[in-house]
Design a binder for this molecule. Structure first.
Ligand code: ADP
Length: 597
């Protein structure tokens, strides 16, 4: 009778042989153990945590076929190509197949030649597809992007409702596992309920992505910053997100005119244009893509080194998901958000036109405000994000975000805070940021006069500051919860309880104030070798017609450049090199290393 530890030892062997890794990550191990023990399992893990391996490795050990339900038809081919390149017998079934291809694949599955079948949920209710499973045992149904089941998720797909009836129609109930990066309790409950999971083990991984650096820049000349950034990182892959199609087009034109090669992607382009842009990016023909949030769902490219947001997105869920496309391979990635007040107006407008439902609008507006707060908080950006997602982090600092790294100094701003709070109080909590800032500045704006606000004792208290600086200061007090902006059409500033304590002189206000930061490009000692290996990877990828990162990730190349293996045994020591990869690519890479060491 095999024990759980036998099964786990076999899982480790499979992990090394096919995927080239010696150990599961701490978040993966319990999930793999749970699946191997035959228990229905839900795994909620952030992007880049390595969800796929949690069902791919067990699939190779379970008796029968594992069906992977995935919503992303565009991605299936890449996922399966990458698996096959690693020697895993996998295939996919979706609407892009000709009838000849479809029946070839069905035969291969029936003959037992395949362990993993990726399938679009729309296929599940086809009779031919259902019929197959009367003859072939299904060991597991793994539901990828399982939040698509839930109306509460950000990407509801009605076709996911086919999954539960399909499972019920199988001659024997298979093990069911579900994977997502969306952590809210509503989504989690829906997954369990709508898939009819039986006493599932639910694993939720911490949402931190320590390899990602977070930065917010305000008041930056965005175009200039983006141009310079791309130039400084010219050999690295990056995504630049903008809020609207028009903004994507404008930025694309500006960059192209500056002779910077970039692709673009948004829903207004033809299917062919979008597919080309995506492929050019995946295959490293173009390093940079400018896109709306339509781009990226299912971009598994692991070597994206930076994600710049030319505009602030609508909420932190979107931001973390988009920014999280950097550094999936675990190597450092930079996530920089360029904030301007106009971004808030754009997002308010988009919320307004997106729904008639007032309750929904209020929720979206409140989420937008937290996004604005992120852009103004003087505290650790990572902690801000993790708290938003409900993690209780002990550390208030991370040493890897612009607020922690910039050498910020703690400054006592109690006096300024009292001036601002007192002004809000005297204006009877009836106006928004701009008017409060104008009063503090001592503006001669007609509205200020009409409302007799120039008679207040707080009028002109900040004569020597710019209006922009005063607004930023107010935003910081909102971000740190001394002030609140309500979520109406014209958001009004109100005092929060902490502000009263400051007004009464019972509390002080300390803030980290950041100096202007100029970044230096990090230099790596193995950079030259890495570049040689990367060039080789690109030429092998072209020859094999797969994306470069499918051959080896950047992390694997960096590991190779550090270890400089001479023999096949040493080559196998590199993280990400499995048996099949050694056979396929070992000679070429070992030769390259020998030539350039
Ligand atoms: P997710 O689907 O959770 O976003 P992926 O499955 O794409 O994440 O994995 C992200 C990256 O982590 C991939 O490059 C993958 O090869 C790598 N990876 C996964 N598991 C391990 C592991 N045990 N050790 C090292 N790298 C791993």
């Amino acid at each position: 009778m095999p024990t759980d530890s036998d099964a786990f030892a076999r899982a480790l062997a499979v992990l090394k042989e096919y995927f080239g890794y010696k150990t599961f990550r701490p978040a993966q191990e319990p999930v793999v153990r749970s699946v191997l023990s035959g228990r229905d399992t839900v795994a909620i893990m952030p992007t880049g945590a390595g969800k796929s391996i949690c069902f791919q490795v067990p699939a190779l050990l379970l008796p029968g076929v594992t069906l992977v339900i995935s919503p992303l038809i565009s991605l299936m081919k890449d996922q399966v190509d990458a698996l096959r390149d690693a020697g895993v017998p996998a295939t996919f079934i979706n609407s892009t197949l000709s009838s000849g291809e479809w029946s070839n694949r069905m035969h291969a599955i029936a003959a037992g030649d395949v362990k993993l079948v990726y399938v679009a949920p729309e296929r599940l209710d086809s009779d031919a597809f259902r019929g197959l499973w009367e003859r072939v045992p299904v060991a597991m149904v793994a539901v990828d992007e399982a939040h698509c089941l839930s109306q509460w998720g950000h990407d509801f797909r009605p076709s996911y409702q086919n999954i539960a009836p399909f499972i019920a129609s199988l001659p024997r109930r298979p093990l069911v596992s579900a994977f997502t990066a969306t952590a809210t309790p509503e989504v989690r409950d829906d997954i369990v309920r709508l898939l009819n999971l039986q006493e599932p083990a639910i694993h939720v991984t911490g949402f931190d992505r320590p390899n990602l650096y977070f930065e917010v820049r305000r008041g930056e000349d965005k175009r200039k910053f983006i141009k310079n950034y791309i130039k400084r990182h010219k050999d690295e892959a990056g995504i630049i997100y903008a809020a609207t199609r028009k903004q994507v087009d404008t930025l694309y034109n500006v960059l192209t005119k500056a002779h910077i090669a970039v692709g673009r992607y948004h829903a207004g382009l033809s299917d062919a244009e979008r597919a080309k842009a995506q492929d050019d990016f995946l295959y490293d023909n173009l390093q940079v893509i400018v896109a709306t949030n339509a781009f990226g769902m299912g971009i598994d490219k692991s070597n994206v080194r930076y994600v710049l947001h030319a505009n602030m997105p609508k909420n932190l869920e979107s931001y973390y998901q988009e920014a999280g496309r950097a550094g999936r391979d675990g190597e450092p990635g930079e996530c920089i958000l360029l904030y301007a007040p106009g971004d808030v107006r754009t997002q308010r407008f988009l919320i307004d036109v997106s729904t008639e439902d007032e309750a929904r609008k209020r929720i979206e507006t409140a989420k937008l405000q937290r996004m604005v707060d992120y852009c103004h908080t003087p505290e650790c950006l990572r902690s801000f994000i993790l708290h938003y997602f409900g993690s209780q982090t002990e550390d208030a600092t991370c040493d890897n975000c612009s607020n922690c790294n910039a050498g910020a100094t703690d400054v006592d701003v109690t006096i300024d805070a009292q001036k601002v709070f007192s002004c809000v109080y005297r204006m009877r909590e009836r106006y928004g940021i701009t008017l409060v800032a104008q009063v503090l500045k001592g503006s001669s704006d007609q509205r200020v006069k009409d409302l007799h606000l120039d008679t207040l004792s707080t009028y002109g208290l900040f004569q020597n500051k710019t209006l922009q600086d005063i607004k930023l200061m107010i935003q910081r007090f909102v971000a740190t919860d001394y002030l609140a902006l309500d979520s109406g059409e014209y958001p009004i500033l109100r005092l929060r309880p902490a502000a009263y304590d400051v007004l009464r002189g019972k509390a002080t206000v300390i803030q980290h104030i950041l100096p202007e930061k100029k970044e230096a490009a990090p230099a790596s000692p193995n950079q030259t070798m890495f570049e040689h290996l990367r060039a080789l990877r690109k030429s092998l990828a072209q020859k094999n017609r797969i994306a470069p990162f499918m051959i080896f990730s950047d992390k694997t190349l960096r590991d190779m450049a550090a270890l400089l293996p001479r023999t096949e045994e040493e080559f196998l020591e590199v993280s990400g090199v499995g048996q099949k990869k050694l056979e396929k690519y070992g000679v070429a890479f070992l030769k390259c290393i020998a030539e350039h060491r």
